[in-house]
Write a protein that binds this ligand. Structure first.
Ligand code: MG
Ligand code: MG
Ligand code: MG
Length: 319
């Protein structure tokens, strides 16, 4: 009997995670409808995009702009068939993932710690965005991307690559973005990128806790619980006056059993990150980045990517 597959991105959903879930659910249903994947896998289940939490202002703007419905919320995977996009870490996925059946993973991160008893579709590229990886899957399987999905995938690329400034950006991201932009008739990618990223730069209306948690991910590093949040703003001075309260939130968060809690305050225009740190061992910062904490933070020029420039050196420092 045909059932349902819930396509889900990581906790604290960002634009790429939400839009990739929507696009992959669409692609999966096209595969089912056309039978294009029959040679390798018979698809009977209907895919439904979901998100693990409330959508942020940027994602809401993107979905509204292109007239795409927001996904339902799902936080528990028990007894469900699921496809993961934009992550494969247990700490970032649905609760009770061990009681779920994972049928596919499409991602652009390091391979995480979820495992499956059966072979599955697993497609990962070291690109700047899951949306880029998905565009390749659409093309390779001959499925046309509808305009509204082209729009949200384009916005995802601009968001995840920080308008191509992040070290994660590959020539493929740029090429795919150009193609999608042409399709939806957007000529100035920088202008559109600033419009997208600007939606999350407005921290005035956010509580300090919201600033910390908006894009916060848990990691296991050398057996220690480590949390790393990131906030990307067009201009760091927007956040300057909030730093004390944000730091106090980090201290509270750390008390939830973390070895270290970090928050990347990333300046999109200056292209660098002020890393706030609350840690049991400040030397991990120096080991990872070659710079000592000055008080509660350290300025890391050129660092914009958690995935590529912060997680790997920290993991090394913890190992
Ligand atoms: Mg993401
Ligand atoms: Mg992503
Ligand atoms: Mg991101």
């Amino acid at each position: 009997m045909a059932g349902k597959i819930y396509v889900v991105g990581h906790k604290n959903p960002d634009t790429d995670t939400v839009c990739s879930a929507i696009a992959f659910a669409y692609l999966w249903n096209k595969w089912k409808e056309t039978g294009v994947m029959n040679d390798v896998m018979k698809i009977e289940d209907e895919a439904i995009p979901v998100a693990q939490g409330d959508l942020n202002a940027e994602t809401k703007f993107v979905l509204e702009k292109f007239g795409v419905k927001a996904p339902e919320k799902l936080t528990d995977g028990a007894g469900k068939k699921v496809a993961l996009v934009d992550h494969s870490e247990k700490a970032q996925t649905l609760d009770n993932i061990d009681k779920a059946e994972i049928v596919a993973i499409v991602d652009h991160h390091k391979i995480g710690d979820v495992t499956t008893p059966n072979p599955i579709l697993f497609f990962n590229l070291p690109a700047g965005c899951t949306a880029t990886v998905l565009k390749i899957l659409f093309d390779k399987t001959g499925v046309e991307i509808p305009n509204e999905l082209a729009g949200i995938l384009l916005a995802s690329i601009l968001s995840d690559t920080v308008i191509f400034k992040s070290a994660t950006t590959t020539p493929l991201d740029k090429k795919v973005a150009e193609e999608l932009a042409k399709k939806v008739g957007i000529s100035d990618l920088t202008k559109f990128g600033i419009e997208v990223k600007g939606k999350l730069s407005d921290v005035a209306g956010m509580t300090a806790k919201e600033i910390m948690m908006r894009d916060f991910k848990d990691f296991n590093m050398g057996g220690q619980k480590v949390g790393i949040g990131q906030i990307e703003v067009l201009d760091l001075s927007l956040i300057e006056s909030r730093k004390d309260e944000v730091y106090n939130e980090l201290v509270k968060k750390k008390a939830e059993g973390y070895h270290s809690v970090f928050l990347m305050l990333t300046d999109i225009m200056k292209e660098g990150t002020e890393l706030l740190a609350v840690t049991d061992d400040p030397s991990v910062v120096e080991k990872a980045f070659g710079k000592k904490l000055e008080g509660r933070s350290v300025w890391l020029p050129g660092v914009m990517s958690r995935k590529k420039q912060v997680v790997p050196p920290l993991e090394k420092a913890f190992s």
